[in-house]
Design a protein around this ligand. Sequence first.
Ligand code: ATP
Length: 258
Amino acid sequence: MDEIQTNNICREKRARPGSPRLCIETISTFYGEAKALDHISIEVHSQEVVGILGSNGAGKTTLLKTVTGLLSPRSGRILFEGASMEGKPCHEIIKNGIASVPEGRELFGSMSVIDNLLLGAYLLTEQKRKEILASRLEMVFSLFPILKERTKQKAETLSGGQQQMLAVGRALMSNPKLLALDEPSLGLSPILVSEMMKTLKRICDEWKVSLLLVEQNARAALKIADYVYLLERGSVALSGMCRDVISSSTIQRAYLGG
Ligand code: ATP
């Protein structure tokens, strides 16, 4: 393991600002008998962008699926603001404040932009929906003005970048405290990647939403991450504050061409 920081929760608490919002404690997740995550511990603090890096097959998507309820860990705990999340169904996890932007976006292509956005809010109670729907839409349109111009357009006719904006916007409609994103840069041009990363940072800074950001594009993720975990073969190989990790030989060699 790289010496930047061992995967030790107590040491992290001293080093990182804010309080832990999401605590993943020694979880192991399997596909059948194949172990994909091996005793992983990860924290996401309030108002923090946490980057999850790693090569193909490292376990990044499995981690997100475990956090968002698509997979159940065989052991370990997932606490969100103190409440147990492991084994809960996806809709319960969303109600607790964790929304996800899956790889490939999973939009409803034949539905309009506005209907996709409204679907993002469908798990809110009727009362809550009444209270916040207009302000949520306003928030999404302030982050992604192009979506406001295209409310009636079918999602499948949007460009790749616009579809990614819609996927993020839809997740924000559920009023989350934490957004879990799987490769939001995938398939986007370098300029769009840079714009998307800046917007994600705004979502964290201005809207106080914590981000758990899975990325193969380490260069992009490291631009906005506060804290970073590097996964290798289902384990945390390195973790640390972004400013420390970025200069480590492991990251430089493997991801930044150093
Ligand atoms: P990528 O960036 O390529 O998506 P990743 O870091 O997200 O990689 P995962 O998709 O989480 O990695 O895969 C972790 C391990 O679990 C890999 O060994 C992979 O082959 C295995 N795996 C993933 N999905 C399944 C599945 N549905 N059934 C069996 N094994 C799987």
